[in-house]
Design a protein around this ligand. Structure first.
Ligand code: MG
Length: 457
């Protein structure tokens, strides 16, 4: 069966040339532009910033989206190859009504996608996303004639603007004094160019691999352990202080310690939070599937952690609402509102280096100090009705746990937690478990798997 074109809160994702074609992209641009015009109360010419990761299909798709936007009278300011957080920053700097990033994030090269951002730099809420989707299917397009169509310009200020915003939240001299040796793996995505600039500003000795934005990914692009063996090896052989890995649109960050070991991407947010909470107390926000490490860190200094549904828009909304000093998601996404309300690997890199500079500790020492958990993420198939039955039975089995049903079911126990979520896009349930040790985590998972067998058999 051919794969479906997925249209969700974060935008559209599909296989290029198969279900994601130029005409699909142009219509999606028209739908988004029409939505922006209808939601903007002021009568003025609107603009949208556009950027793309390095995939070879990106330029063509971006042209198609830009054509769609122009046809409904929206001006386009093209940033070329740019990270997702960079587009979020620039659209606000340039006073745009929205942003578009052509990226399929961590998905393999045959995929591409169209990620939408509103004028505040965050993905649309689910209601807005539904409306844009409906406009796309209904071909509800507020087309303009040739005298009022949009025009396309470009900006070359992206890297400098983004880097300066990151530099403003850290003490550059303290980091530069350490002259850290850093290995950077940007998987030939959008992150290489700008991240090398940031690291140079921070006085690091940089050894970059896969830093050409060819979009021909040197390894599977998700920054997880099995894909980063090459980076681990180079960190070891070069005797580097740390290794950083980004996904193709550079919103996610993973870390390799000075011994060449991949540490879980959960540590990107934990390290960042540790530094932020060492300077001030306040609130953090993260999703329900993220490690408890951030709670431990916040608790030590009287801070508080707000938990949200999975998805960066939910985390960003909570950060705005509670004026959070740090936030993000356990998949390596760090958000600092002073830079922008989007997961940003450059923010993560700067905060982690600052933590190392201020504590004088190595990456592995910082891991030991935080003290980790055993965590496992998995998924299994279940249709909507099976999922409901499973959820009900698991609730009964874990009746003593603290239950949060904001997004699926999250059960908190004394010695760990378990989160079950039904996917919006496929008939699967995701299961995330964390506990002090593997044995305890396995007990919780086994209970769920036993229930799943009962329901499915
Ligand atoms: Mg990404």
């Amino acid at each position: 069966m051919a794969e479906q074109l997925i249209i969700s809160v974060s935008g559209m994702r599909g296989i290029v040339g198969e279900n994601l074609t130029d005409s699909v992209a142009a219509d999606y641009g028209r739908a988004f532009g029409t939505f922006l015009k209808e939601s903007c109360t002021e009568k003025k010419k609107l603009s949208v910033s556009t950027g793309r990761d390095s995939r070879p299909s990106g330029k063509q798709l971006l042209s198609a989206v830009a054509e769609g936007l122009c046809s409904v009278g929206i001006d386009v300011i093209d940033l070329g190859i740019a990270t997702t957080p960079s587009v979020g920053i620039m659209l606000r700097e340039l006073g745009c009504a929205g942003g578009v990033v052509i990226t399929a994030s961590h998905n393999p090269g045959q995929y591409n996608g169209i990620k939408l951002l509103l004028g505040n730099g965050v993905a649309p809420t689910s209601d807005s996303a539904k409306q844009i989707r409906q406009y796309y299917f209904d071909k509800h397009f507020d087309l303009e004639d040739s005298s009022d169509c949009g025009k396309i310009t470009s900006s070359e200020q992206t890297d400098i603007t983004h880097v300066n915003k990151v530099l403003a939240i850290i003490d550059r001299d303290k980091i530069a004094a350490k002259n850290f040796k850093v290995i950077l793996d940007s998987v030939n995505g959008a992150g290489g160019r700008i991240t090398k600039k940031l690291l140079a500003e921070l006085g690091c000795e940089v050894f970059a691999i896969n830093d050409e934005p060819t979009g021909l990914f040197a390894h599977a692009p998700e920054p997880i352990s099995e894909n980063l063996k090459g980076l681990c090896e180079i960190v070891k052989t070069e005797g580097a202080d740390i290794g950083f890995a980004q996904d193709p649109d550079a919103d996610r960050l993973a870390i390799v310690d000075e011994k060449g070991s991949y540490i879980s991407e959960e540590y990107s947010l934990a390290f960042s939070a540790k530094y932020i909470f060492s300077k001030k107390t306040g609130k953090a926000a993260t999703n329900l599937s993220t490690s408890r490490m951030i709670d431990d860190i916040a608790q030590k200094v009287g801070g508080q952690v707000i938990r949200t549904a999975v998805g960066e828009a939910h985390v960003a909304a909570a950060m705005f609402e509670h004026n959070c000093i740090i936030g993000g998601e356990g998949n390596g996404g760090v958000i600092d509102l002073r830079v922008g309300p989007i997961r940003d690997s450059l923010v993560g890199i700067a905060l982690v280096l600052q933590l190392m500079a201020e504590t004088g500790k190595t990456t592995s020492q910082l891991v030991d100090e935080i003290g980790g958990y055993y965590m496992k993420k998995d998924k299994f198939t279940a249709d909507t009705s099976q999922a409901q039955q499973i959820f009900n039975l698991v609730k009964k089995a874990f009746a003593d746990a603290k239950l949060d049903t904001t997004d699926g079911c999250r059960f908190d126990f004394e010695d760990g937690w378990l989160h079950l979520r039904a996917s919006n896009t496929e008939p699967v349930i995701r299961i995330i478990v964390e506990a002090r040790d593997r044995r305890t985590a396995k007990q919780y998972v086994d209970t769920v798997l036993r229930i799943r067998r009962e329901v499915l058999d």
